[in-house]
Design a protein around this ligand. Structure first.
Ligand code: SAH
Length: 227
C-alpha cells in the first residue's frame, strides 16, 4: 500500500483496537495478518456515512445487497491460506475489495473476480487510490475460476456454495490451499479448507461462518430475472 493519503490515516486508534480485541485476542496468530489489518484503512472500503462503524465487530452493507466481511472472518480465512509472501492467489467475490487488499499485502499476486460490475469498479477505484499494483480484476462468474492463470497457490471464495466446486480445486497447484464457505444440512455454513498435496485432496472444517450465496454455474443457480 503506497498511495496513502490523509484520509487513509484516520481511525488509527480504532484500527489498533480492532486488531487487538477482535483478532489477536481471538486467536489470529500470523503477525503479517495483524500488521496488514492494522495498516489497511478499512473505513475507505465502505460508504462515507458508515465509515465511523468500519472497525466494529460486524459486516456492513456495501450496496447491491452485498456486505464487507466481518474483520475476524477476513483474518481467519486469510490465515487458513498460510501465505508466506510470494504466492499467486485467486479470490472469488471481490466485494468491497478489503479482503483483496489483505491478500495483496500477504502474497505475490492477486487475481480477483466479482460478478457485479458496479461493485468491482468501486473496489478497483479504492485499491488503485491506495496504490496496489499487483491485483488483476475481472467481472465474470467466478465459479469458473481463472483457468488461463491456473495453477494457484491459494484460492479464497468469499461467498457460500452448496458444495466445494471440483473445477476450482483442479485450479490449485501442488501444496495449494482453498478456503470456501459451504452450506451444511442444518441451514448453517461451515468454512472448509481444501489442501492439494502429493496427488491427494484433503478437506477439513475449520469453523462456522455466514456468507451470501455464490451465484453461478458451479455455485447456486442465478435468480431468474423478474417477469
Ligand atoms: N470479502 C468481501 C466480501 C465479499 S461479499 C469483502 O470483505 O468486502 C461476496 C461477493 O461475492 C459479493 O460482492 C457477490 O456479488 C460476489 N459473488 C457472488 N457470487 C459470485 C460469483 N459467482 N462470481 C464472482 N463473485 C460472486
Amino acid at each position: 500500500m503506497k498511495g496513502i493519503d490523509g484520509e487513509a490515516l484516520k481511525y488509527s486508534g480504532q484500527r489498533r483496537k480492532m486488531v487487538d480485541d477482535q483478532l489477536a485476542s481471538r486467536g489470529i496468530r500470523d503477525p503479517r495478518i495483524l500488521e496488514a489489518m492494522n495498516r489497511i484503512p478499512r473505513h475507505l472500503f465502505v460508504h462515507e456515512s458508515l465509515q465511523h462503524r468500519a472497525y466494529g465487530d460486524h459486516p456492513l452493507p456495501i450496496g447491491e445487497s452485498q456486505t464487507i466481511s466481518h474483520p475476524y472472518t477476513v483474518a481467519a480465512m486469510t490465515e487458513a491460506l498460510a501465505l508466506k509472501g510470494k504466492e499467486k492467489v485467486l479470490e472469488i467475490g471481490t466485494g468491497s475489495g478489503y479482503q483483496t487488499a489483505v491478500l495483496a499485502e500477504m502474497a505475490g499476486q492477486v487475481f480477483t473476480i466479482e460478478r457485479i460490475r458496479s461493485i468491482s469498479l468501486k473496489a478497483q477505484r479504492i485499491l488503485d487510490r491506495l496504490g496496489y499494483m499487483k491485483i488483476v480484476f475481472k467481472v465474470f462468474d467466478g465459479t469458473y475460476g481463472w483457468p488461463d492463470q491456473a495453477p494457484f497457490d491459494a484460492i479464497l471464495i468469499a461467498a457460500s456454495s452448496p458444495s466445494v466446486p471440483e473445477n476450482l480445486v483442479a485450479q490449485l497447484g501442488e501444496g495449494g490451499r482453498l478456503v470456501i464457505p459451504v452450506a451444511d444440512n442444518g441451514g448453517g455454513q461451515k468454512l472448509v479448507r481444501v489442501i492439494r498435496e502429493c496427488g491427494t485432496v484433503r478437506q477439513e472444517d475449520i469453523g462456522d461462518c455466514k456468507f451470501g450465496p455464490l451465484l453461478g454455474k458451479y455455485g447456486w443457480a442465478e435468480p431468474l430475472p423478474p417477469g
